[in-house]
Design a protein around this ligand. Structure first.
Ligand SMILES: [Zn+2]
Ligand SMILES: [Zn+2]
Length: 308
Protein backbone atom coordinates (compact mmCIF):
# COMPACT_ATOMS: atom_id res chain seq x y z
CA UNK A 1 0.00 0.00 0.00
CA UNK A 2 1.35 3.39 -1.00
CA UNK A 3 0.80 5.11 2.33
CA UNK A 4 2.75 2.41 4.16
CA UNK A 5 5.80 2.76 1.92
CA UNK A 6 5.80 6.55 2.16
CA UNK A 7 5.54 6.88 5.91
CA UNK A 8 7.40 3.70 6.81
CA UNK A 9 10.71 3.43 5.00
CA UNK A 10 11.40 -0.26 4.52
CA UNK A 11 14.70 -1.05 6.28
CA UNK A 12 16.22 -2.69 3.25
CA UNK A 13 15.51 0.22 0.93
CA UNK A 14 17.84 3.17 0.60
CA UNK A 15 16.54 6.54 1.82
CA UNK A 16 14.54 8.33 -0.85
CA UNK A 17 15.94 11.55 -2.30
CA UNK A 18 13.08 13.45 -0.70
CA UNK A 19 11.11 12.23 2.25
CA UNK A 20 7.52 13.41 2.36
CA UNK A 21 4.94 13.04 5.09
CA UNK A 22 2.05 10.71 4.33
CA UNK A 23 -1.15 12.29 3.12
CA UNK A 24 -3.16 10.07 5.48
CA UNK A 25 -1.71 8.65 8.68
CA UNK A 26 -1.46 4.89 8.41
CA UNK A 27 0.41 2.03 10.05
CA UNK A 28 3.87 1.67 8.45
CA UNK A 29 3.62 -2.16 8.85
CA UNK A 30 0.13 -3.14 7.76
CA UNK A 31 -1.05 0.11 6.16
CA UNK A 32 -4.29 0.39 8.09
CA UNK A 33 -5.44 4.02 8.49
CA UNK A 34 -4.75 5.26 12.02
CA UNK A 35 -7.90 6.62 13.66
CA UNK A 36 -5.97 7.68 16.76
CA UNK A 37 -2.35 8.13 15.61
CA UNK A 38 0.26 7.89 18.39
CA UNK A 39 1.96 11.14 19.43
CA UNK A 40 5.52 9.89 20.10
CA UNK A 41 5.49 6.12 19.66
CA UNK A 42 2.75 3.53 19.92
CA UNK A 43 1.36 0.25 18.65
CA UNK A 44 -0.91 -0.32 15.68
CA UNK A 45 -4.37 -1.33 16.82
CA UNK A 46 -4.50 -4.07 14.14
CA UNK A 47 -1.01 -5.61 13.80
CA UNK A 48 0.12 -4.53 17.31
CA UNK A 49 3.58 -3.67 16.07
CA UNK A 50 5.43 -0.65 17.46
CA UNK A 51 5.72 2.44 15.29
CA UNK A 52 7.78 5.59 15.84
CA UNK A 53 6.70 9.12 15.02
CA UNK A 54 8.96 11.71 13.43
CA UNK A 55 8.00 15.07 11.96
CA UNK A 56 8.54 16.53 8.51
CA UNK A 57 7.35 20.00 7.59
CA UNK A 58 5.45 19.99 10.90
CA UNK A 59 3.49 16.91 9.90
CA UNK A 60 3.86 13.53 11.60
CA UNK A 61 5.55 10.63 9.79
CA UNK A 62 4.89 7.08 11.10
CA UNK A 63 7.87 4.78 10.82
CA UNK A 64 8.71 1.17 11.51
CA UNK A 65 11.38 0.80 14.20
CA UNK A 66 13.86 -0.44 11.61
CA UNK A 67 13.28 2.61 9.39
CA UNK A 68 13.96 5.24 12.06
CA UNK A 69 17.73 5.14 11.68
CA UNK A 70 17.54 5.34 7.89
CA UNK A 71 15.07 8.22 8.16
CA UNK A 72 17.25 10.13 10.63
CA UNK A 73 20.36 9.56 8.50
CA UNK A 74 18.57 10.83 5.41
CA UNK A 75 17.38 13.94 7.23
CA UNK A 76 20.86 14.62 8.60
CA UNK A 77 22.28 14.20 5.13
CA UNK A 78 19.73 16.61 3.68
CA UNK A 79 20.56 19.19 6.35
CA UNK A 80 24.30 18.71 5.72
CA UNK A 81 23.86 19.12 1.99
CA UNK A 82 21.86 22.32 2.43
CA UNK A 83 24.56 23.72 4.72
CA UNK A 84 27.39 22.67 2.39
CA UNK A 85 25.64 24.17 -0.61
CA UNK A 86 25.12 27.48 1.21
CA UNK A 87 28.72 27.62 2.44
CA UNK A 88 30.08 26.73 -0.99
CA UNK A 89 27.96 29.43 -2.57
CA UNK A 90 29.32 32.03 -0.16
CA UNK A 91 32.94 31.05 -0.89
CA UNK A 92 32.33 31.03 -4.64
CA UNK A 93 30.68 34.44 -4.52
CA UNK A 94 33.73 35.80 -2.70
CA UNK A 95 36.04 34.03 -5.16
CA UNK A 96 34.21 35.60 -8.11
CA UNK A 97 34.53 38.98 -6.38
CA UNK A 98 38.33 38.72 -6.44
CA UNK A 99 38.56 37.57 -10.04
CA UNK A 100 38.53 33.76 -9.81
CA UNK A 101 38.29 32.08 -13.23
CA UNK A 102 34.56 31.83 -14.10
CA UNK A 103 34.90 28.28 -15.47
CA UNK A 104 36.43 27.07 -12.19
CA UNK A 105 33.60 28.76 -10.27
CA UNK A 106 31.01 27.08 -12.50
CA UNK A 107 32.66 23.67 -12.20
CA UNK A 108 32.57 23.83 -8.41
CA UNK A 109 28.99 25.09 -8.48
CA UNK A 110 27.91 22.03 -10.44
CA UNK A 111 29.69 19.46 -8.26
CA UNK A 112 27.59 17.68 -5.61
CA UNK A 113 27.46 19.55 -2.31
CA UNK A 114 29.93 18.06 0.14
CA UNK A 115 32.45 19.07 2.78
CA UNK A 116 35.18 18.63 0.14
CA UNK A 117 33.37 20.95 -2.26
CA UNK A 118 33.23 23.61 0.48
CA UNK A 119 37.00 23.26 1.04
CA UNK A 120 37.68 23.50 -2.69
CA UNK A 121 35.57 26.67 -2.96
CA UNK A 122 37.38 28.19 0.03
CA UNK A 123 40.76 27.34 -1.51
CA UNK A 124 39.68 28.90 -4.79
CA UNK A 125 38.79 32.13 -2.95
CA UNK A 126 42.11 32.28 -1.05
CA UNK A 127 44.13 31.56 -4.20
CA UNK A 128 42.21 34.13 -6.24
CA UNK A 129 42.58 36.75 -3.49
CA UNK A 130 46.35 36.18 -3.41
CA UNK A 131 46.58 36.54 -7.17
CA UNK A 132 44.44 39.68 -7.09
CA UNK A 133 46.65 41.21 -4.39
CA UNK A 134 49.84 40.38 -6.31
CA UNK A 135 48.45 42.00 -9.45
CA UNK A 136 47.28 45.09 -7.54
CA UNK A 137 50.69 45.44 -5.87
CA UNK A 138 52.41 45.32 -9.25
CA UNK A 139 50.35 48.31 -10.41
CA UNK A 140 50.56 49.96 -6.98
CA UNK A 141 46.79 49.88 -6.64
CA UNK A 142 47.01 50.08 -2.86
CA UNK A 143 43.32 50.74 -2.41
CA UNK A 144 42.54 47.42 -4.05
CA UNK A 145 45.22 45.61 -2.02
CA UNK A 146 43.73 47.03 1.15
CA UNK A 147 40.18 46.15 0.20
CA UNK A 148 40.92 42.55 -0.77
CA UNK A 149 43.16 41.80 2.21
CA UNK A 150 40.86 43.39 4.75
CA UNK A 151 37.90 41.42 3.47
CA UNK A 152 39.96 38.24 3.39
CA UNK A 153 41.23 38.73 6.95
CA UNK A 154 37.70 39.33 8.23
CA UNK A 155 36.32 36.34 6.32
CA UNK A 156 39.00 33.87 7.42
CA UNK A 157 38.74 35.22 10.97
CA UNK A 158 35.01 34.42 11.07
CA UNK A 159 35.64 31.09 9.38
CA UNK A 160 38.11 30.22 12.15
CA UNK A 161 35.40 30.92 14.75
CA UNK A 162 36.54 34.47 15.62
CA UNK A 163 39.21 33.40 18.11
CA UNK A 164 40.93 36.03 20.29
CA UNK A 165 43.73 36.56 19.58
CA UNK A 166 43.21 35.89 15.86
CA UNK A 167 45.45 33.41 14.01
CA UNK A 168 48.83 34.87 12.97
CA UNK A 169 48.00 34.60 9.28
CA UNK A 170 44.80 36.61 9.75
CA UNK A 171 46.65 39.31 11.70
CA UNK A 172 49.24 39.55 8.91
CA UNK A 173 46.49 39.97 6.32
CA UNK A 174 44.83 42.69 8.38
CA UNK A 175 48.19 44.43 8.81
CA UNK A 176 48.85 44.21 5.09
CA UNK A 177 45.45 45.81 4.49
CA UNK A 178 46.23 48.63 6.94
CA UNK A 179 49.66 49.21 5.39
CA UNK A 180 48.15 49.34 1.90
CA UNK A 181 45.56 51.86 3.09
CA UNK A 182 48.42 54.06 4.28
CA UNK A 183 50.27 53.67 0.98
CA UNK A 184 47.13 54.66 -0.86
CA UNK A 185 47.43 58.12 0.74
CA UNK A 186 49.96 59.17 -1.86
CA UNK A 187 52.21 61.99 -0.77
CA UNK A 188 50.84 62.10 2.76
CA UNK A 189 53.32 61.68 5.61
CA UNK A 190 50.79 61.37 8.41
CA UNK A 191 47.49 59.61 8.88
CA UNK A 192 44.69 59.90 11.42
CA UNK A 193 43.62 56.82 13.27
CA UNK A 194 39.85 56.51 13.38
CA UNK A 195 39.37 54.32 16.39
CA UNK A 196 36.49 51.98 17.08
CA UNK A 197 34.77 52.41 20.42
CA UNK A 198 34.96 48.73 21.36
CA UNK A 199 37.71 48.84 24.00
CA UNK A 200 40.15 51.17 25.82
CA UNK A 201 43.00 50.26 23.43
CA UNK A 202 40.99 51.31 20.38
CA UNK A 203 39.46 54.37 22.04
CA UNK A 204 42.86 55.56 23.26
CA UNK A 205 44.18 55.97 19.71
CA UNK A 206 41.02 57.45 18.25
CA UNK A 207 41.72 60.77 16.55
CA UNK A 208 45.49 60.59 16.99
CA UNK A 209 47.81 61.34 14.12
CA UNK A 210 50.73 59.06 13.35
CA UNK A 211 53.66 59.13 10.97
CA UNK A 212 52.97 56.75 8.09
CA UNK A 213 56.57 55.55 7.82
CA UNK A 214 56.59 54.51 11.46
CA UNK A 215 53.32 52.68 11.02
CA UNK A 216 54.66 50.76 8.06
CA UNK A 217 57.56 49.57 10.18
CA UNK A 218 55.54 48.75 13.28
CA UNK A 219 51.86 48.38 12.52
CA UNK A 220 49.57 49.02 15.48
CA UNK A 221 46.41 47.72 13.80
CA UNK A 222 44.67 45.54 14.66
CA UNK A 223 45.06 46.72 18.24
CA UNK A 224 46.68 44.04 20.38
CA UNK A 225 44.37 43.10 23.23
CA UNK A 226 41.19 44.26 21.53
CA UNK A 227 38.49 41.82 22.64
CA UNK A 228 37.07 41.80 19.11
CA UNK A 229 40.22 40.20 17.79
CA UNK A 230 40.23 42.25 14.59
CA UNK A 231 39.23 45.75 15.58
CA UNK A 232 37.42 48.08 13.19
CA UNK A 233 39.97 50.87 13.64
CA UNK A 234 41.15 52.32 10.35
CA UNK A 235 43.38 54.96 8.81
CA UNK A 236 42.20 58.16 7.27
CA UNK A 237 44.31 60.68 5.50
CA UNK A 238 45.44 63.25 8.07
CA UNK A 239 43.08 66.19 8.21
CA UNK A 240 46.15 68.39 8.60
CA UNK A 241 49.84 67.60 8.59
CA UNK A 242 51.43 68.36 11.94
CA UNK A 243 53.52 71.49 11.49
CA UNK A 244 55.46 71.72 14.74
CA UNK A 245 58.98 70.42 14.06
CA UNK A 246 60.27 67.80 16.44
CA UNK A 247 62.90 69.05 18.82
CA UNK A 248 66.22 67.52 17.89
CA UNK A 249 67.45 65.48 20.79
CA UNK A 250 70.99 64.33 21.18
CA UNK A 251 69.94 60.87 20.07
CA UNK A 252 68.28 62.12 16.89
CA UNK A 253 71.32 64.24 16.05
CA UNK A 254 73.51 61.16 16.39
CA UNK A 255 71.13 59.17 14.22
CA UNK A 256 71.15 61.83 11.50
CA UNK A 257 74.92 62.08 11.59
CA UNK A 258 75.41 58.33 11.22
CA UNK A 259 75.77 56.67 7.83
CA UNK A 260 72.36 55.02 7.99
CA UNK A 261 69.80 56.34 5.55
CA UNK A 262 67.34 58.84 6.92
CA UNK A 263 64.91 57.09 9.23
CA UNK A 264 61.34 58.26 9.04
CA UNK A 265 59.73 59.82 12.05
CA UNK A 266 60.45 57.82 15.19
CA UNK A 267 58.19 55.15 16.46
CA UNK A 268 56.66 56.29 19.68
CA UNK A 269 57.17 54.20 22.76
CA UNK A 270 53.60 52.97 22.70
CA UNK A 271 53.84 51.59 19.17
CA UNK A 272 57.31 50.20 19.82
CA UNK A 273 55.92 48.20 22.71
CA UNK A 274 53.20 46.89 20.44
CA UNK A 275 55.45 45.50 17.77
CA UNK A 276 54.60 41.89 17.13
CA UNK A 277 56.77 39.50 15.15
CA UNK A 278 54.10 39.04 12.52
CA UNK A 279 53.86 42.78 12.09
CA UNK A 280 57.59 43.11 11.68
CA UNK A 281 57.57 40.50 8.97
CA UNK A 282 54.84 42.29 7.06
CA UNK A 283 56.36 45.71 7.59
CA UNK A 284 59.72 44.40 6.38
CA UNK A 285 58.26 42.77 3.30
CA UNK A 286 56.25 45.88 2.51
CA UNK A 287 59.26 48.15 2.98
CA UNK A 288 61.33 46.09 0.56
CA UNK A 289 58.93 46.65 -2.29
CA UNK A 290 57.97 50.10 -1.20
CA UNK A 291 58.24 53.17 -3.28
CA UNK A 292 57.79 54.94 0.01
CA UNK A 293 55.23 57.68 -0.07
CA UNK A 294 56.91 59.11 2.99
CA UNK A 295 60.60 59.30 2.40
CA UNK A 296 63.35 60.96 4.37
CA UNK A 297 61.40 64.15 4.91
CA UNK A 298 59.42 62.35 7.52
CA UNK A 299 62.41 62.34 9.82
CA UNK A 300 61.75 65.98 10.57
CA UNK A 301 58.13 65.38 11.38
CA UNK A 302 56.83 65.23 14.93
CA UNK A 303 55.97 61.92 16.46
CA UNK A 304 52.33 61.44 16.96
CA UNK A 305 50.94 64.85 17.50
CA UNK A 306 47.44 64.26 18.70
CA UNK A 307 44.99 66.25 16.71
CA UNK A 308 42.06 65.63 19.00
ZN1 LIG B 1 41.47 49.09 17.34
ZN1 LIG C 1 38.94 47.33 20.36
Amino acid sequence: MAAATVSGIAPETRPPARIRPAALPSCPYCGIPLDAPPVGAGRCTRCRRRMVVRHLARRPVYLTEAAVEVFDDARRREADERRWAAERERWLRRAAGVGAAPDRVRRLERAPASAEAVCAARDLYVTAADREVRAARRTKDWTRVSLVRREEAATLFRDAGSPVPPPDGVIRQHQEAAAAALRAMEGARHADLVGASCCPACRADDGRTFAIAAELRAPRLPHAGCPRGLCACDWWIATEEPTKPRRRTRASVRATASATPAVPCGTDTASAARIVPAGQAVAASLTRSDASPVGPAASAAPRDAATA
